[in-house]
Design a protein around this ligand. Structure first.
Ligand SMILES: Cc1ncc(COP(=O)(O)O)c(C=O)c1O
Length: 378
């Protein structure tokens, strides 16, 4: 059966152009970028050209980009790295962060950090005034998810950046979901740290980056041989890094427009099914995100039926779905456990087309009808 992949917020298919760009770094330019010989220097060139591509994409300087193993490591590095390099111990974040931020914060609390977890409104937006009010003399950093992985909510980082600058606290955004979908300009948006990864944008898994504004000191968490400006020890994953940069280079704005149109069609048509509700905002939402609650039926059950029809969806974020806990993000926007568990997330990519969307729209209402007939809750 043909698979219709609508779980692109979890991960994406690697573009064949990305694979092609990576292959020479396994078979010909396989050197260690620290080696002085020709093959090592070819690897070094691949590394530095990739660093330039990533830096340029967010209007940063090349030496402000550190390559990591992904979003999780970048998020750990910024919070732990700052905490252990500074006297100030207060971190401000939100209740709708990815687990790699929330669990890092929980761990840092055990090391003596004081964490403020800000509330969000019904759409998942942080109120910049709340950020301002939470900042005190002990505040070290404000860490906010730019585009939410479950709801698609895009935060007003310009405003929050302005506040952080005025109050002289560091500002970090986790941009794993928004990168290349929403413009990031580290200067204009007053950003000190930005977390990026590759596998959400048709690049390989296990590669990411952290932008660190020049002059800010953090401690490494991986100590090693001086790689990545002595901030991240370990031989660089050159093929992965080259693939990441290639994924960035081939992004086309026309694809974003197409994804946006398909998303709107899906949302508008699904909402015609009785007793359905869009979770997250209508505007300022990632172009590929849909999150909908279906009254009285389990999201897990809908996902199971969709899978049987060859449609890949998800409930909550993939990272938390194996714990079977109710999504902390849906709870933060005010959904009850019951309501949150009736939701599914569909997330699109450039590889989806209208025919696939029409198929989903044919199948989904039938599944909902069938499950509602079977549901004990009316
Ligand atoms: C917002 C956000 N932050 C961080 C991560 C973690 O990234 P990675 O899978 O590269 O470790 C993800 C991926 O699920 C994410 O969506």
């Amino acid at each position: 059966m043909k698979q219709i992949y609508l779980d692109n917020a979890s991960t994406t298919k690697v573009d064949t152009k990305v694979v092609e760009a990576m292959i020479p770094y396994f078979s010909e330019k396989y050197g260690n970028a620290s080696s002085q010989h020709l093959i090592g220097q070819e690897a070094k060139r691949g590394l530095e050209e990739s660093r330039h591509t990533i830096a340029k994409s967010i209007k940063a300087k090349d030496d402000e980009i550190i390559f990591t193993s992904g979003g999780t490591e970048s998020n750990n590095l910024v919070l732990k790295g700052l905490f252990f390099a500074n006297e100030k111990k207060h971190i401000i974040t939100t209740k709708i962060e990815h687990d790699s931020i929330l669990n890092t914060c929980k761990w840092l609390e055990k090391q003596g950090a004081k964490i403020t977890y800000l509330d969000v409104d019904k759409g998942g937006f942080v109120n910049p005034e709340d950020v301002e009010n939470a900042i005190g003399s002990e505040t070290l950093v404000v860490s906010i998810i730019h585009g939410n992985n479950e709801l698609g909510t895009i935060q007003n980082i310009e405003k929050i950046g302005e506040i952080c600058r005025a109050k002289e606290v560091y500002f970090h955004i986790d941009a794993c979901q928004s990168y290349t979908k929403v413009p990031i300009n580290v200067g204009k948006q007053d950003l000190d740290f930005v977390t990026l990864n590759s596998h959400k944008i048709h690049g390989p898994k296990g590669v990411g980056a952290l932008y660190i504004k020049k002059g800010i000191k953090i401690n490494p968490i991986l100590h090693g041989g001086g790689h990545e400006f002595s901030l991240r020890g370990g031989t660089e994953n050159i093929s992965g890094i080259v693939g990441f940069a290639k994924a960035v280079k081939i992004i086309k704005n026309s694809n974003l427009k197409k994804i946006n149109e398909l998303r709107d069609k899906l949302i508008n048509e699904i909402l015609k099914i009785p007793n359905t509700k869009l979770n997250g905002p209508k505007d300022n939402r990632l172009c590929n995100n849909i999150n909908i609650s279906f009254g009285n039926i389990e999201g897990e059950a809908i996902g199971g039926y969709l899978d049987a029809y060859g449609i890949c969806s998800s409930t909550g974020s993939a990272c938390s779905s194996h714990t079977m806990e109710t999504s902390h993000v849906l709870k933060a926007i005010g959904l009850s456990d019951l309501e949150a568990n009736t939701s599914i997330r569909l997330s699109l990519s450039k590889f989806n087309n209208e025919e696939e969307i029409d198929y989903v729209l044919k199948v989904l209402p039938k599944i909902v009808k069938k499950l509602r007939r079977m549901s004990p809750i009316k």
